[in-house]
Design a protein. Structure first.
Length: 604
């Protein structure tokens, strides 16, 4: 993830947007009017955006940065004076997250910049519709934080202190709200007890190929399709959400771990994280009409399928609805975000902990990210000249703000590639640029990606909600960020980026004719999935993260029998756990011609 330098070059923190560049990128300019001569600064403009001839291409020596008040290179953060009248922490005068205009508050847009994470196309392939260079972002002030302009839905659980709104009520699970049904076993060898079971994906398996341990078929879905969000793997159970169902299978043989939980209405949000004792929270719709809300919460034990507490999320103030929400877990805190606020619960009991509401100069929390830390993104002063985004870290127990980072006007925080370390991807629609920046635990800027590359993690986008943590293929450890590059044809590469300075450490090329996607880091090695091509099945490989050799080594060769299924998922989730590889769809087509596959597990 990229990080902003001294006066970091201005290019929004975040992913590039989808709009193709209209004009060549210009060097960052101060907030005032007439642009000064372009100083030597890091490349600006979204990935793929045309660059001025004077700017060096990727791999070229970097021009000396223009010194800022702190001796840091200029960048997207230096465009505007800081909160104390000082130039941006980076002194750069390039357009950055602090200068350009941003999309209207409350209406997140799909990425419009070259290089921005793209929605995964059906059948795999390049996930990045944008191509170009990253824009560096310069800070407004040393203490200023990146402003996340991307609106991610934050749920406000405000009580009846806001317009007499109904308070959310948490209580024990009502078994009458869910029905259980037996799930058929599909071990993948043609011997399952499901009526439609007839396929043996291991028949004719070649030497060296992994075994399909089991597979599952998707539940019936409406003709318009349905979401299948969430996939969680514990030491004993693999759990998947699909349309109205939550299903759990024994990891070794795929037999039902517990009865399928069928909710009254479709599942509309889940917590991507699970608690230390394997609990998650699932949200489902209140009805089927256009006025229905995503406001019904249910806690679930992944290992037993037991239903815990339930709650109904209340609407917030005017325009702050629960038509869609975002959820995350940090420690024992569940954060539910609406469009303009958020509410925290104790994930163990459902007890409300605090609300995160409007603050300061019309700052509305619009998105949250969880995990090791609780991060909030707010859109501020949307109708005023100083509109901007802000990034905050919250105490997950009390909601107290630990630090705040302000972004330049026009920069939208679109994604968090990692929460610990915090890596933020932001975009600037007006400048058609993007930025990837890393932050210190205390909120100060650490570094930003400043080299020319077209990265392509798989990131989904919603109409009303932006999922800060919705990118597949962006992996980070304490000191390194691993991102896949885009490849229109043939193999791609995975680039290791040093989080201390934003520079490339090394890159590894896919060993086959298809692209690789980072999955996780374990034991000093990066695990990656090499997706299936038109003629060959996928692989799971490991890449040494240290030393001088970074050649991918095969861990699992997936069988030819499931190549078409691998390629057929229009969007997907993947996981590597205890030597097993899991792949599932995140979207059901609802077509009746053939039975859709929901999930497959591979092993030796």
């Amino acid at each position: 993830m990229a990080q902003p330098p001294n006066q970091p070059p201005q290019g929004g923190f975040g992913p590039p947007e989808n709009q193709p560049p209209q004009v060549p990128a210009q060097p960052p300019q101060p907030p005032s009017a007439v642009p000064p001569p372009a100083p030597p600064t890091p490349p600006q403009g979204g990935f793929g955006a045309p660059q001025p001839p004077a700017q060096p291409g990727y791999g070229s020596p970097q021009q000396p940065p223009q010194p800022g008040p702190y001796g840091q290179p200029s960048g997207p953060y230096a465009q505007q004076p800081g909160p104390y009248g000082q130039p941006g922490p980076y002194g750069a005068q390039q357009p950055g997250p602090y200068a350009p205009q941003q999309p209207g508050y409350g209406y997140p847009q799909p990425p419009q910049f070259p290089g921005a994470p793209g929605v995964p196309p059906g059948g795999g392939g390049s996930r990045n519709p944008f191509k170009g260079r990253p824009a560096l972002i310069a800070g407004a002030a040393v203490a200023a934080l990146l402003v996340i302009g991307g609106t991610v839905v934050a749920v406000n659980m405000g009580g009846d202190d806001e317009g007499g709104k109904k308070k959310p009520v948490a209580g024990p699970s009502d078994d009458g709200k869910a029905t259980a049904s037996e799930s058929p076993v599909n071990p993948g060898d043609g011997s399952g007890d499901g009526a439609e079971e007839s396929e043996d994906f291991n028949e004719g398996r070649k030497p060296g190929e992994a075994k399909v341990l089991w597979y599952k078929e998707a539940p019936d879905a409406p003709g318009s399709g349905a979401d299948a969000p969430g996939m969680w793997i514990t030491s004993t159970t693999a759990v998947k959400a699909a349309y109205k169902d939550l299903v759990g299978y024994t990891v070794g043989d795929g037999r039902p771990a517990w009865d399928t939980i069928t909710f009254p209405q479709q599942i509309c949000a889940v917590t991507p994280q699970k608690t230390a004792d394997d609990k998650v929270v699932v949200a489902y719709m209140s009805g089927t009409t256009s006025r229905a809300d995503c406001n019904q919460l249910q806690q679930i034990d992944l290992n037993t399928g037991a239903k815990g507490w339930t709650a109904e999320v209340a609407d917030g103030a005017l325009f702050d609805s629960t038509s869609s929400i975002g959820m995350s877990i940090t420690g024992n805190t569940l954060m539910v975000g609406r469009s303009m606020s958020g509410t925290a619960y104790d994930v163990r009991t459902g007890k409300k902990l605090f609300d995160k509401k409007k603050y300061g100069d019309a700052c509305f929390p619009s998105a949250f990210a969880g995990g090791a830390r609780l991060i909030a993104v707010s859109s501020c002063a949307a109708t005023k000249p100083d509109e901007h985004d802000e990034l905050q870290e919250l105490d997950p127990t009390t909601g107290k703000v630990k630090w705040t980072q302000k972004f330049d006007k026009g920069w939208t925080v679109a994604r968090t590639y990692s929460v610990d370390p915090l890596v933020v991807y932001s975009t600037n629609r007006d400048k058609n640029t993007w930025n990837i920046a890393t932050f210190k635990p205390t909120g100060g800027f650490r570094s930003q990606v400043a080299f020319d590359e077209d990265f392509a993690p798989e990131c989904g986008w919603g109409l009303l909600q932006r999922d800060l943590q919705g990118c597949l293929g962006a992996v980070a450890d304490a000191n390194t960020l691993y991102l896949p590059t885009s490849a229109t044809t043939g193999p791609n590469e995975i680039v290791a980026i040093d989080l201390s300075n934003g520079k490339e450490k090394w890159r590894a090329k896919s060993p086959g004719d298809a692209s690789m996607l980072p999955v996780s880091v374990e034991g000093g090695k990066l695990v990656a999935y090499m997706e299936a091509s038109y003629s060959k099945p996928g692989q799971v490989v490991s890449i040494p993260t240290t030393g001088s050799a970074h050649q991918p080594v095969k861990l699992l060769q997936l069988p030819e029998g499931t190549t078409e299924i691998e390629r057929g998922f229009s969007s997907r989730d993947i996981a590597w756990a205890d030597g097993r590889f899991y792949i599932s769809t995140t979207r059901l087509t609802g077509r009746d011609e053939d039975k859709e596959k929901l999930m497959l597990a591979y092993g030796k």
